[in-house]
Design a protein around this ligand. Structure first.
Ligand SMILES: Cc1ncc(COP(=O)(O)O)c(C=O)c1O
Length: 400
């Protein structure tokens, strides 16, 4: 009898974590490495949020909480959906998890049976297919293209849907491409979904607050209220409030699904950390002036990186609407010889040669299901980004 579960053979470790680990190892050996792999803001959590956590400790809010979250946070979440997305949810229709990751996992765990298909546009966040596979479902990938700014075409969504489709996973702004769908672009997709009433929508709005210029964020149920009864709208405090380590994510959706997710969570982690939940109440209800300030900083970094990458020989980099990632193509370098003498055959080769030659750590696009591209996280200082892009330019110029 095998000791490890069969389910483990269906998943692979996170490529983004592997890149960060490799960069750390090289640094420990004394190499000058710039890590552009991490998916978290480099800002500190705002002071008012930290204070809310300290106050919660001092008040003795250090005990188990209800599985789906403290009532105060669930009310704050319902208010957030009304205020920012014009969506009506009662507190009972919300659930708090240990990060958005747990919300997604429990939604799949609560609904997937063997053979159920989950449509995932590529490039995708690395965890979606692995979670689906762990929960016994089958990921069905639909490619996008750089020409279409990595946005899914309605006809491609239509073709991917079968009688076995249980979920369509939607993520805008996207990790890894930064692509964000306008109201009209999203409407083209929701029109398709309206024709297939058996398909549920899992929308991952984690990067909602990170969009640039005059781009206006839209979420599926806001665009098509007809999807209300079969959509789980997921969000969290990690990215917008620089709270990745606090581990608070949340969602709202039909009561039947929320109750099923609550049941799973009750036999798993129970309620998320009490102190972090109180901090999240302050994040959602407190001053929001932190967000536009950070957006301005991110936008300046995005513009710098896009401009410098487009000056690198063989690289072409579209300007994404949101998140803190760019997803340039390295197609112009495939077939070229790196300074080490190795021929670059894939985006994975490109990324590892770049790391060896110039000490810049980025993540290969094939890990996100679409290449030859690579992902750069620009959630780091402008000075480091400038230096990293200069090194990328030098590396590309040295490839023959
Ligand atoms: C698209 C996307 N969804 C969800 C998450 C999970 O966020 P958390 O578990 O920190 O709330 C991430 C984090 O990287 C992400 O990029």
């Amino acid at each position: 009898m095998a000791f490890l579960a069969d389910a483990l053979s269906r998943v692979k470790p996170s490529a983004t974590i592997a890149v960060s680990q490799k960069a750390r190892e090289l640094k420990a050996k004394g190499r000058d490495v710039i890590g552009l792999g991490a998916g978290e803001p480099d800002f500190d959590t705002p002071d008012n949020i930290k204070k809310a956590a300290i106050d919660a400790i001092n008040r003795g809010e250090t005990k188990y909480t209800p599985v789906s979250g403290i009532p105060e946070l669930r009310e704050a979440i319902a208010r957030k959906f009304k205020r920012e997305n014009n969506l009506d949810y009662t507190a009972a229709q919300t659930i708090v998890g240990t990060g958005g990751k747990q919300i997604l996992f429990n939604a799949f765990m609560a609904t997937l049976n063997p053979g159920d298909e989950v449509v995932i546009p590529a490039p995708y966040w690395v965890s979606y297919p692995e979670m689906v596979a762990l929960c016994g479902g089958t990921p069905v990938f639909v490619s996008t293209s750089q020409e279409n700014n990595f946005k899914l075409k309605a006809e491609d969504l239509e073709k991917a849907i079968t009688p076995k489709t249980k979920w369509f996973v939607f993520n805008s702004p996207s990790n890894p491409s930064g692509a964000a769908y306008s109201h009209d672009e999203l409407k083209a997709l929701t029109d398709v979904l309206m024709k297939h009433p058996h398909v549920w929508v899992l929308t991952d709005d984690m990067y909602e607050h990170l969009t640039y210029g005059d781009f206006k964020f839209a979420t599926p149920v806001e665009v098509e209220p007809g999807l209300y009864d079969r959509t789980l709208t997921m969000n969290g405090v990690s990215k917008a409030y620089a709270m990745t380590g606090w581990r608070i994510g949340y969602a709202a959706g039909p009561l039947q699904l929320i109750k099923a997710m609550d049941m799973i969570q009750g036999q798993q982690t129970s309620g998320a950390t009490s102190i972090a939940q109180w901090a999240a109440v302050e994040a959602l209800d407190g001053p929001q002036d932190f967000i536009p300030r950070n957006k301005e900083i991110f936008q300046a970094r995005r513009d710098l990186v896009v401009s410098m990458l487009n000056q690198a020989k063989g690289i072409s980099c579209p300007t994404p609407e949101g998140a803190f990632y760019v997803y340039p193509s390295c197609a112009g370098l495939i077939g070229k010889t790196a300074p080490s003498g190795k021929v670059i055959e894939t985006d994975e080769d490109f990324v590892s040669e770049l790391l060896e030659a110039e000490g810049v750590a980025v993540v290969h696009g094939s890990a996100f299901g679409l290449g030859p591209n690579f992902r750069i996280s620009y959630a780091t200082s402008e000075a480091l980004l400038e230096e990293a892009c200069r090194r990328i330019q030098r590396f590309c110029a040295a490839c023959r």
